[in-house]
Design a protein around this ligand. Structure first.
Ligand code: ADP
Ligand code: ZN
Length: 528
């Protein structure tokens, strides 16, 4: 028999059946719950809708003492607590919307051991009064939801989250579970470090949302294209994101003029107004919400049929999170990005106006990745999944590139040239350098490194820089090459992945898209 403080997984399975009424764990849940029960810290990266809540709610019911759940959204907190109460679980929350008297009552319940779960907003934690209170409780376990908010590299940094870094020191014996739906590898590392997790168990689930169709529409007459797209959705529920309040207002007006039931939502509106829009959308009384990224975190609506981006997001993480609000019911849904290269260039320019810093380099890396997503000639889903490190090669057949493919050619030789050059130069350099070697440039750095003596030097003289850039991007998107941020401030370097070996040996065929170097082509949303 195991010690009292380490419950067994069979207990967790009992709880799954008897308390939640589910038959089996979903993918990843058992592994994650087991780690917590054995007392390990963990980071759980799991796509929205897969069941993150159970990952910490079940251990909470298995441990003897109290579980703290830190969550940034006051509205979600109440929903979660209500659901738990409905399942007969003693849960409550503490946040700034409550009167002091209410807070005192909740604290008394926690101290007397009546509560199993206590939800807290991050600003409640790490204050003196919190410590006075919490030292009287028997804390067994701590869950931190939306953990990407602790990272400056995440897409939704919240300063209140940084103080959660002190939790480990205060509760050295309570395992901590950090959970998020989106974190690329930089953000993951940052979460682990900021929370001082101790040899954490890392679970990264698949990011694939197969029912979402990703489409890119090249902007031509943007407002008209957007209105046509929304009109073609025939009453289906959707969200349109754009990056300024004034655009939100203009688009909402334009849609209304077309007879579409639409409302604006942005941080400049009264909170009562915002709440009314959110409620009406939730209840299907409004078809379309036009919003800045302020909209969505608290949304729990399963039948969102489309998410349209009128402007480019600043990172793949943000884009993935925002589009992930579509199709939670697993029925077909559309994610449409309206794009023109100038949008990217603009964001890039603004970013480069910031003073140079490691932070800026990371933001730039993230922005460049979404730029490459937009310019990609390979399956959009592969770009997304490989960005999150899934190492996949099979096209999805449910994105604009798969459904309306660009011209293909036998790219094996080109790929070999690039991969060998990356390999021969020691996997220490970025795209520009690698291309420089391939094209046989007379450049100081190349000479210093004696890379002009390599066999691959000048191997790609016959093609332009842009041509090779496009092919390298495709190899990144296909998961053969990884773009890694080298030491802070040193830019990025290219590295080969495990999947490159058969390509170098010529054991596989490799189709690539003929680089489309004549700038703007008009891509149509696929017909249903
Ligand atoms: P997330 O926080 O990852 O977006 P939730 O925790 O809200 O997801 O879970 C999404 C839905 O899946 C909820 O309705 C939840 O009850 C359900 N769910 C979670 N785990 C299971 C399971 N093992 N079996 C059946 N349904 C589950
Ligand atoms: Zn695809």
């Amino acid at each position: 028999k195991s010690a009292v403080e380490n419950p067994e997984i069979s207990t967790a399975l009992d709880v799954l059946h008897s308390v939640f009424g589910y038959q089996t764990f979903r993918k990843g849940q058992q592994e994650v719950i087991q780690a917590a029960l054995s007392g390990r810290d963990s980071l759980v990266v799991m796509a929205t809708g897969n069941g993150k809540s159970l990952c910490y709610q079940i251990p909470a019911l298995c441990f003897a003492g109290l579980t703290l759940v830190i969550s940034p959204l006051i509205s979600l907190m109440k929903d979660q607590v209500d659901q738990l109460l409905a399942n007969g679980i003693a849960a409550d929350f503490l946040n700034s919307t409550q009167s002091l008297e209410q807070q005192q009552q909740v604290q008394n319940k926690a101290i007397s051991g009546e509560l199993k779960l206590l939800y807290l907003s991050p600003e409640k934690v790490m204050t003196n009064s919190f410590f006075q209170f919490i030292s009287l409780c028997n804390v067994s376990f701590i869950a931190i939801d939306e953990a990407h908010c602790i990272s400056q590299w995440g897409h939704d940094f919240r300063p209140e989250y940084t103080q959660l870094g002190g939790l480990k020191g205060c509760f050295p014996h309570a395992p901590i579970m950090a959970l998020t739906a989106t974190a690329d590898s930089t953000t993951r590392q940052d979460i682990l470090q900021n929370l001082s997790l101790n040899e954490p168990h890392l679970y990264v689930g698949s990011f694939d949302r197969p029912n979402i169709r990703y489409t890119l529409v090249e902007k031509f007459k943007p407002m008209e294209q957007l209105c046509n797209f929304v009109a073609a959705q025939k009453g289906k529920s959707g969200i349109v994101y754009c990056n300024s309040r004034s655009k939100v207002e203009r688009i909402a007006e334009a849609l209304k003029k077309r007879g579409i039931s639409a409302a604006a939502y942005h941080a400049g509106m009264e909170s009562s107004q915002r709440e009314a829009v959110q409620q009406a959308f939730q209840r299907d009384n409004i078809q379309v919400v036009v919003a800045t990224i302020a909209f969505g975190m608290g949304i729990n609506k399963s039948n969102v049929r489309f998410v349209a981006h009128f402007d480019l997001s600043r990172s793949i993480e943000a884009y993935y999170q925002e589009t992930g609000r579509a199709g939670r019911d697993d029925l077909p849904a559309e994610a449409v990005l309206f794009y023109e290269p100038a949008d990217y260039a603009w964001l890039h320019k603004i970013l480069l106006e910031e003073p140079e810093s490691p932070q800026r380099d990371i933001k730039r890396h993230k922005l460049e990745a979404i730029g490459e997503f937009a310019e990609s000639q390979t399956c959009r889903r592969l770009v997304l999944l490989n960005y999150f490190g899934e190492n996949r090669q099979t096209p999805c057949n449910n994105c604009d590139i798969c459904l309306d493919p660009p011209k293909k050619y036998d790219g094996l030789l080109d790929a070999q040239k690039i991969l060998s050059t990356i390999y021969r130069t020691g996997q220490r350099f970025g795209t520009q350098y690698v291309i420089g070697v391939m094209r046989g440039l007379q450049n100081q750095k190349i000479k210093e490194n004696q890379h002009d003596e390599l066999k691959v030097y000048g191997i790609g003289k016959d093609k332009s820089k842009e041509y090779w850039q496009s092919v390298i991007r495709q190899l990144i998107h296909l998961g053969f090459v990884q773009q890694i941020i080298s030491d802070f401030g040193m830019g990025t370097r290219l590295q080969l992945t495990e999947s490159t070996r058969p390509v170098l040996r010529g054991e596989v065929s490799l189709e690539l898209a003929t680089p489309r170097l004549s700038s703007i082509t008009m891509v149509q949303a696929p017909q249903r």
